[in-house]
Write a protein that binds this ligand. Structure first.
Ligand SMILES: [Fe+2]
Ligand SMILES: [Fe+2]
Length: 343
């Protein structure tokens, strides 16, 4: 847990930190706060865990330094409360411990305490621990921020692509965006991981990318299509897959696109896949696609309405459409109705 070898303490970095220091012994508190106050940007003091927790909830702190044994609430109970908070739950916590507190250390490790410093306190070692923990957290936040920026840029790029595809197919303007919004809501309702939801958001946004391969005269033809024209439309799933198949996204976007017209009983296209052979992402997009298509206006028919769409997926759940996906989709629609397309 403790590593005193490297790197050297960066005093300028310390000067940017807001530190919460919790200690019940007035003498130690006085001594150490005097030492710390001159080396950090802001130092807040508390006399026990309860006071410390209240101070933590009131204001932003980059790091918490705490004694363990204290009246009212001990340092580990305070740490447990902090670690269970949604916001700032990853703030580094350093505990100050006496050798007689060894049993507490086991609990400290279980709680995910970052570091410990033993009594009698060596102020330089404490400063070193503060620096290392706060700096590691800073680096982690930077990384998360950079990751989010890449994801946002990717999302914007894919949205541009989505809009470009739909320019050739004016009758389905905004279709992919709306399918994406509903598919994301279904995936979240199903409890899929954040990473999977991010993949579905992007995959659904370009699920019809293969339509770039279909002549505009067919895409924008009013009235019903001949069987041959419909066969040409059907090529869009495989054409989309061909566009994406050599990419290395961390999500199976190529297969989401390839499989978005497959049906559970094998009656879909292009490969007549059945059941679990169709990936869950595609099973979700399929249902969102049906709902969006049926509730929107088409040149050859008026909108059938969201109720008719719900009827369709309810009646064929377990046959064409995944049971769980349908159940979650109906829940989402019951909660949000049309508004799910406007988020
Ligand atoms: Fe499609
Ligand atoms: Fe579609």
């Amino acid at each position: 847990m403790n590593d005193h070898s490297s790197p050297a303490v960066d005093y300028d970095f310390l000067k940017t930190l807001s530190v919460l220091y919790v200690e019940d012994d007035p003498e130690i508190r006085e001594l150490l706060s005097h030492f710390l106050a001159r080396r950090v940007k802001r130092l807040e003091l508390a006399e026990n865990g309860q006071e410390g927790l209240e101070a933590f909830r009131r204001g932003h702190h980059d790091i918490v330094v705490t004694d363990i044994k204290m009246p009212v609430m001990d340092g580990l109970d305070m740490a447990e409360h902090i670690k269970s908070q949604g916001r700032d739950k990853d703030v580094p916590i350093i505990v100050i411990t006496a050798y007689s507190d060894r049993d507490y250390l086991i609990r400290a490790i279980d709680l995910g305490i970052d570091r410990y410093v033993t009594k009698p306190i060596d102020a330089d070692l404490l400063l070193d621990a503060i620096y290392k923990s706060a700096h590691a957290r800073f680096n982690q936040l930077e990384l998360e921020h950079a990751h989010q920026e890449v994801l946002d840029t990717l999302q914007q790029t894919v949205t541009i692509l989505s809009r470009a595809i739909e320019m050739r197919d004016p009758y389905t303007d905004g279709h992919q965006k709306r399918v994406s919004q509903l598919a994301v809501a279904i995936a979240q309702e199903m409890g899929l991981s954040e990473a999977q939801v991010a993949g579905i958001r992007l995959g659904a946004l370009i699920h019809d990318i293969g339509k770039i391969h279909v002549p505009t005269e067919i895409l924008s033809k009013p009235g019903h299509l001949s069987p041959l024209e419909f066969d040409i439309i059907k090529t869009h799933a495989e054409a989309g897959y061909d566009i994406l198949k050599h990419t290395s996204f961390p999500w199976p976007i190529d297969r989401m696109i390839l499989q978005h017209h497959e049906k559970l009983d094998g009656s879909g296209y292009p490969n007549g896949l059945k059941g679990d052979a169709i990936i869950i992402e595609a099973r979700i997009i399929t249902v969102a696609d049906v709902i969006e298509a049926m509730s929107s206006h088409r040149p050859y028919r008026a909108a059938l309405g969201i109720e008719a769409a719900e009827e369709e997926i309810s009646q064929r759940r377990g046959v064409l459409y995944d049971e769980d996906v349908v159940a979650c989709c109906l829940k989402v629609l019951a909660q949000h109705g049309h508004r799910v397309f406007e988020q």
